[in-house]
Design a binder for this molecule. Structure first.
Ligand code: SF4
Ligand code: SF4
Length: 174
């Protein structure tokens, strides 16, 4: 990686830390994909509640779930780091968090040539439920039964107290 410090001014007179340029032949040149998301490891799901959490996560745009080749489960949020510069460089390179510092680009999924980076990747609840039904049919049936029971009991009680809202907006009378 090139190490030429550019140094930027914020306009308030405060000098930002030098931004390190990447040489054009560096594998990370013009990428910075790893500065555009965070991934949090979660317990591998085994209970109805945990499967339900996964469905809930995946109802949100920009959230995905993946399982790596060691069987570890992660929730991934697409979100750009505040310190990623418009040039795709780290604006706090010399004091970047340890997780950034310790990450070795040689372990990066973009450099893996022997197959896909993840064992499973779910980008929607439908994708996850299709996988669930196929890979864990017994747990899936148990989950479906749990959902039916839960929905019948709670939703019908709540629905009795709610006023239905028409889906088509009413046209104002002239
Ligand atoms: S480590 Fe991987 S994702 Fe991150 S900048 Fe380099 S090539 Fe891109
Ligand atoms: S601190 Fe720097 S290296 Fe870490 S995610 Fe942000 S821009 Fe990327």
């Amino acid at each position: 990686m090139g190490d030429e410090g550019t140094g930027e001014s914020t306009g308030s007179g405060r000098e930002l830390l030098p931004i390190l340029e990447k040489a054009a032949d560096h594998p990370c040149f013009e990428c910075a994909l790893c500065c555009r998301y965070i991934a949090i490891e979660i317990d591998p799901p085994t209970t109805n509640q945990e499967y339900d959490y996964l469905v809930w996560y995946l109802y949100h745009p920009g959230v995905s779930v993946f399982v790596d080749w060691d069987g570890a489960w992660f929730v991934r949020f697409e979100t750009r780091c505040h310190h990623l510069t418009p040039q795709g460089l780290c604006g706090v390179y010399e004091r970047r968090p340890a997780i950034c510092q310790d990450f070795d680009w040689k372990d990066c999924e973009r450099h893996m040539t022997d197959g896909p980076p993840d064992k499973w990747l779910f980008e929607s609840a439908d994708q996850f439920l299709a996988w669930f039904a196929k890979q864990r049919p017994k747990s899936y049936r148990r989950f479906q039964a749990w959902n039916r029971k839960r929905t019948r009991a709670k939703t019908s009680r709540e629905l009795r107290r709610l006023k239905p809202v028409p889906l088509v907006p009413r046209v104002a009378a002239r």
